[in-house]
Design a protein around this ligand. Structure first.
Ligand code: SF4
Ligand code: SF4
Length: 60
């Protein structure tokens, strides 16, 4: 099961991952992205590719 992991030491809270995920795995909570629905991830890696800080890794 693919699952995105956010490295908060690198994340700038830009919100890009929330926008690009086609199945809305992420949500902004208190100004930062959280992996809200990890079970819905389809492993497309759009979040990983589009994160400007390389803060997301999609684990298989
Ligand atoms: S796209 Fe990357 S830097 Fe932007 S909020 Fe998501 S994890 Fe953070
Ligand atoms: S890999 Fe695709 S489906 Fe999974 S969280 Fe990232 S953008 Fe969403």
């Amino acid at each position: 099961m693919p699952k995105p992991v956010i490295d908060y030491k690198k994340c700038t809270k830009c919100g890009s991952c929330v926008e690009v995920c086609p199945v809305k795995v992420f949500e902004m909570e208190k100004g930062k992205p959280v992996v809200k629905k990890p079970g819905d991830c389809i492993g497309c890696r759009a979040c990983e590719v589009n994160c400007p800080k390389g803060a997301i890794e999609v684990k298989d």
